[in-house]
Ligand binder design. Structure first.
Ligand SMILES: Cc1ncc(COP(=O)(O)O)c(C=O)c1O
Length: 390
């Protein structure tokens, strides 16, 4: 097979200067998102038979059996394009959430809805506000629109909504609120959100990203769908990737005013949610048992991890999501690399400006046990021992 060899007479930036146009040099500064390593890749790389992935906040119980059955049932019809309007899924979501279908947009993961929002609303010179650290795609998507990013440091590992509303300027268009916040797992409360919405000018769009909504147990967590009533400057994002266990199929959704949804639909590819994803999501919504089992798994896993981390005197941030941010000390990157060699994939937090931390998805009981066992071994063999952890 002939391998095409691109002539490299000019530097990359020179070659694509015309295509990229203004703001080109800024595009080169964007750091592409680094997802958690896939299980198969780690198996190949380290010649391992068993690998545990605790790096991308997926559901270790797997998808609902009802979703798998729905996919099987639909498989022979994939010669047809999907229903571009996702009629049945939108109808079911509308009924569940108590909103009309024209208030809902479906995306190829909630990731896609973030990028539709930035594409429609941000232009060069506009500003998007977000927490630091928070979910990295907000920054990447805003930068791709050549917008400026105002990063507001977290306060005690929580989004600082009051500071976020203070930095609003004439160019601010979007404010991203990850609630719970990835990677800290912390929430902002109903009271804080109400104050915040009173503080920000109504011309701005606030994006409440609730990818981990179903896991939250804190009773002060806002019921954001109720906030849509009377607030046309809010959009709420949720996903089937986390508790519903459908990360590989890519389905997420946004709920907002019909006018905002109509605007986003202009940029949405016509068949962005594939047929199998639609039927699987619909079946998953009906499987309340699976959702409950997943919640219990995370609740029990949290207790197990908390008690063991306390026993080992390792600092962590109590979480409302299905992952925990853990301080393992100066060489967190090395700790993540050593865990990887043992077949446990976790996320080093260097990209989030938290170089002393790792983020670990709460797994099944045996997975959590394996993680703690290996973490203990790795930390106790380090020269500086556990001392750097807290
Ligand atoms: C806060 C947050 N928002 C959005 C996403 C993207 O989810 P999806 O799989 O729906 O694109 C993630 C995934 O990790 C996330 O943590």
């Amino acid at each position: 097979m002939k391998i095409i060899n691109y002539k490299k007479r000019k530097s990359v930036s020179e070659r694509y200067e015309f295509l990229l146009g203004q703001g080109m040099s800024d595009i080169y500064k964007i750091k592409a998102y680094q997802p958690g390593k896939p299980i198969e890749e780690v198996k190949r790389e380290f010649e391992l038979k068993n690998v545990i992935k605790l790096a991308s906040n997926e559901n270790p119980l797997g998808p609902s059996p009802k979703a798998v059955e729905a996919i099987r049932g639909y498989a022979s019809k994939i010669n047809f394009y999907p229903d571009g309007g996702s009629y049945y899924l939108k109808k079911a979501l509308g009924e569940k959430l108590g909103v009309k279908e024209d208030s809902i947009i479906l995306g190829n993961g909630s990731d896609e809805i973030v990028s539709l929002i930035t594409r429609i609303f941000l232009q060069k010179g506009d500003e998007a506000i977000m927490g630091d650290p928070s979910f990295l795609m907000y920054k990447i998507d805003a930068q791709l629109s050549r917008a400026n990013v105002a990063s507001v440091p977290l306060k005690s590992f929580r989004l600082d909504l009051s500071e976020m509303s203070k930095v609003v300027g004439p160019k601010t268009k979007l404010i991203f609120i990850s609630n719970p916040n990835n990677p800290t797992g912390t929430i902002i409360t109903e009271d804080e959100v109400e104050h915040f919405l009173r503080d920000i000018p109504p011309r701005i769009l606030a994006i409440f990203d609730e990818a981990y909504y179903e896991y939250v147990e804190d009773t002060n967590y806002p019921q954001s769908i109720d906030l849509l009533d009377g607030n046309s400057n809010i959009i709420i994002l949720r996903t089937f990737s986390k508790i519903y266990g459908l990360a590989g199929l890519r389905v997420g959704y946004g709920v907002g005013s019909p006018e905002i949804i109509e605007l986003l639909n202009k940029a949405r590819p016509p068949f962005n949610v594939n047929s199998l994803a639609q039927v699987a999501a619909l079946a998953s919504l009906e499987d309340k048992d699976q959702v409950n089992r997943s919640k219990i798994l995370v609740r029990e896993g949290k207790e197990f991890l908390y008690s063991n981390l306390r026993r080992l005197k390792i600092f962590f941030i109590p979480t409302q999501a299905n992952f925990i941010l853990i301080k393992v000390g100066k060489k967190a990157k090395d700790v993540a690399a050593k865990l990887l060699k043992k077949g446990i994939i976790v996320r080093g937090m260097g990209a989030y400006n938290l170089p002393h931390y790792i983020r670990v998805t709460i797994g099944t009981k045996p997975q959590n046990e394996e993680f703690i066992k290996n973490l203990q071994t790795i930390l106790s063999s380090r020269q500086e021992g556990f001392n750097n952890c807290h």
